[in-house]
Write a protein that binds this ligand. Sequence first.
Ligand code: ADP
Length: 182
Amino acid sequence: MKVQIDGSVLELAKGDITQQEVDAIVNAANSRLAGGGGVDGAIHRAGGPEIMKELRARYPNGCPTGSAVVTGAGNLKARYVIHAVGPIYRGGTHGEPEKLASAYRTSLQLATEHGCSSVAFPSISTGAYGYPVGEAARIALQTVIEFLKNEGKKPQLVRFVLFDDATYQAYAEALKELTGQG
Ligand code: ADP
């Protein structure tokens, strides 16, 4: 599924983010930037040890929830990995929506600053971090759409790479609701 937002493409795809041929892929990292399971584990396995080496050297104190940092992408096809830290879901009243939106916004800002014309995101916080996928999808897509509408300098392509059918369906429904397209 694909929509145009003010000259850029916003696309939903099913698949494995480590295989994407885009300028930057976004990782759903933890605040210690310590590596983990899920998409984080997959990115470090596929990208090789260089990524963790760079994280330890440049960001020894980790990264706050709602923010993101950039490294090279090791053996991946992408040029950069943007390590974004989404919130752990604790009922939704602990600032989770704002922190999730901020993780996406910071990632888009970093991608733009690094001259990336294409960026791929996973569904941040909806795996081990427990964010209900319908709510997370709305926040993720709304934040990307606002960025693409309001920023002059921005990526030409933002692709969500969703790992399973249920997650893909949730994003597809949210995108239809938000844009009236599809
Ligand atoms: P978090 O801790 O932020 O919840 P997870 O990695 O546990 O992060 O899950 C986030 C989402 O990433 C889930 O929908 C999970 O199924 C998905 N995921 C896992 N591996 C991959 C992969 N290789 N490519 C894309 N998405 C993935």
